[in-house]
Ligand binder design. Structure first.
Ligand code: NCD
Length: 312
């Protein structure tokens, strides 16, 4: 039987596979016509039990641009989950209709449960405060396009490092590259979980923690801002107290490097002031575009489809 490849955690991909996806994403831009019909008669389901704009729509745009089609739902309320159906029954059913599934769920581990019940590839499009591997692929493509490398850099991650799944997945991926250092900028209450610190220590990665963004900024090659994850808080008063801990503006960027890359998975609330959007270092909307290209590459990879002659 053919082995089914899923993407649950970014560690499901080797560094070589990530490099391959980046090359395919770049080839898609350079040679778009080769890919126009490559997924004809293939179907993608996007099953989103949690809100999304970029992730869901970029997956859908990706499949449509590959010549395939798309079906799915954008909230748990419009699926049988509202009637009490389990995730595994939903996935097992949808697996009868499509060739590949991208799913987002508020419960950590839901995509693993789903993957056990179907024979089509499952892509984790975000599970609770856990992982978000396709955002990480998006981030890696953005960094590689902006910096021309993935090694030898200092990455500042700022905001909600406790619940921010994009941060957890990005660290897991970037710590594999040579001489990548992390500066973790957050309020005390939103520090990165211990299991992530253990992973970095085990990998011998250099990291430090601070709550002072201004002190950290001059050292950074990448500044990755994140939203305080309101939906994961147990107590609204805590959210209100912490939500505006960091607001990046032009004044704070005065001492930043000229070639700093400012990223954000989006949506932003207040953490980047709109005046920063016109600064040439602001890359978050470019990042959203990269999300479509890398998801095109990922769909092809998981379906085992290749442009003729494009070697792994
Ligand atoms: C992120 C997410 O859903 O984790 N958004 C995204 O997928 N681009 C970040 C967030 O919601 O803050």
């Amino acid at each position: 039987m053919k082995e089914i490849k899923n993407l649950i955690n970014i560690t499901d991909l080797t560094t070589e596979e990530i490099d391959y996806l980046v090359r395919v994403a770049n080839d898609i831009v350079e040679n778009h016509s080769f890919y126009d019909e490559i997924c004809r008669h293939k179907k993608l389901a996007t099953l989103f039990f949690e809100p999304s704009t970029r992730t869901r729509l970029s997956f859908e745009a990706a499949m449509l641009e590959l010549g395939g089609s798309v079906l799915g739902f954008s909230s748990a309320n419009s699926s049988s989950a509202a009637k009490g159906e389990s995730v595994s029954d939903t996935i097992r059913t949808v697996g009868c209709y499509v060739d590949i599934i991208a799913m987002r769920h508020p419960k950590e581990g839901a995509p693993v449960v789903g993957a056990q019940r179907t024979t089509v590839p499952i892509i984790n499009a975000g599970d609770g405060g856990h992982f978000h591997p396709t955002q990480t692929l998006t981030d890696i493509l953005t960094i590689s396009r902006k910096k021309g490398r993935l090694d030898n850099m200092t990455i500042g991650l700022c905001g909600d490092l406790k619940f921010g799944r994009t941060v957890h997945s990005l660290i897991e991926a970037m710590m594999r590259y040579e001489n990548v250092k992390f500066i973790l900028i957050s309020p005390e209450e939103l520090r990165i979980p211990d299991y992530m610190k253990e992973k970095m220590d085990k990998a011998g990665v250099s990291w430090s923690e601070t709550s002072d963004i201004e002190k950290a900024i001059p050292e950074l090659d990448i500044l990755y801002m994140t939203r305080v994850q309101k939906e994961r808080f147990f107590n609204e008063a805590d959210y209100i107290r912490l939500k505006d801990s960091y607001i990046l503006n032009l004044e704070k960027l005065e001492k930043a490097k000229k070639d700093l890359t400012i990223m954000h998975p989006l949506p932003r609330v207040n953490e980047i002031s709109v005046e920063v959007d016109d600064d040439p270092r602001a890359c978050y909307f470019f990042q959203a575009l990269c999300g479509k290209h890398i998801r095109m590459a990922l769909i092809l990879f998981l379906l085992g489809i290749e442009r003729e002659g494009f070697g792994k």
